[in-house]
Design a protein around this ligand. Structure first.
Ligand code: SF4
Length: 301
């Protein structure tokens, strides 16, 4: 689990112990964590208008200044768990808009983070793209400023930036790489692991963007990739004749869930799998703040 999600969960539990709390949208896209938060009595609201507690928490995915202003206007106390690396993305988008670029976000249009990133922009001053067709549908602008949802696959982002540059050779296309470091490191470690593994298991919520991107990335290098939410999803037949099993997880997957999946893999694979390689251990040494991310302290690079 990345530091942004871990800190947000800790903050939610701390505030829930102090009084009634509502979270704006899902804190993480992981059913195990969401179940634990629900058990603590924490409510979830998709819009500030539906909040019935005096305190509202903004998740690690962040939100727009407009939403924060609406929340405060309703007299609610705001607890902010916005990840520092999502704040970097907000600053990058704001800087692009301020400098007169038409903003292009590489991400999922309906994802809470993308809604937050675009929430302070005028409707006709940005586009969200995820596929080649989205780029082909873009209109020409003299200045195009591209940033990304923090959990997008780096390969996809670079590909779409290249496509934008080729489609609009006359335009000034500026790219600010806002994919977060834990996502990048996890993806590159997963590629190395998938290259060497006979079977790869990816653990994470079905609605977790970075988990789904990990599945797609691993599938490019290994033919037998399976996505599970918990250990209950692991099937013994997956490990037939597998000598090396790779294990990785989305940034919002709790360590305890990963450990249970690993134990289940060892049980199911038995003697056939000589090794279970996990990339999670390499992820814990990531920088915890924007200071550790070269060149993005001012939101630009
Ligand atoms: S995935 Fe990246 S941006 Fe999102 S909470 Fe984790 S560290 Fe922060």
């Amino acid at each position: 689990m990345c530091f942004g999600v871990r800190d947000a969960i800790a903050l939610a539990i701390e505030h829930a112990d102090a009084g009634p709390l509502t979270i704006l949208g899902d804190l993480v896209h992981n059913p195990t964590v969401l179940g634990a938060l629900e058990a603590k009595g924490i409510a979830v609201a998709e819009d500030v208008a539906h909040v019935k507690t005096p305190t509202l928490m903004v998740t690690a995915h962040g939100t727009s200044e407009r939403t924060l202003a609406r929340t405060r206007a309703l007299g609610l106390t705001v607890v902010e768990a916005t990840c520092p690396l999502v704040r970097v993305a907000h600053r990058a988008v704001a800087a692009l808009a301020r400098e007169g670029y038409h903003v292009v976000i590489v991400g999922q249009r309906d994802h809470v983070e993308v809604r937050g990133l675009t929430g302070d922009l005028d409707r006709d001053s940005f586009n969200v793209v995820l596929e080649d067709d989205d780029v082909l549908a873009l209109e020409e602008h003299p200045r195009l400023g591209v940033a990304a949802q923090t959990t997008q696959a780096v390969e996809r982002v670079r590909h779409l930036v290249d496509l934008i540059r080729r489609r609009f050779p006359q335009s000034d296309v500026r790219f600010l790489d806002t994919v977060c470091k834990p996502t990048k490191e996890r993806q590159s470690a997963a590629v190395e692991m998938a290259r060497q593994a006979d079977v790869v298991i990816v653990v994470g919520g079905r609605s977790s963007n970075n988990t789904r991107e990990l599945v797609k990335t691993c599938a490019r290098y290994c033919a037998r990739v399976h996505h599970v939410q918990t250990d209950a999803g692991v099937r013994p037949e997956w490990f037939e004749a597998a000598k090396v099993v790779g294990l990785t997880a989305g940034t919002s997957t709790p360590d305890a869930v990963i450990d249970r999946v690993e134990a289940r893999i060892r049980l199911c694979a038995g003697a056939s799998a000589g090794q279970v390689r996990q990339v999670e251990a390499q992820i814990e040494a990531m920088p915890r703040s924007v200071e550790g991310v070269p060149g993005v302290k001012d939101g630009l690079r």
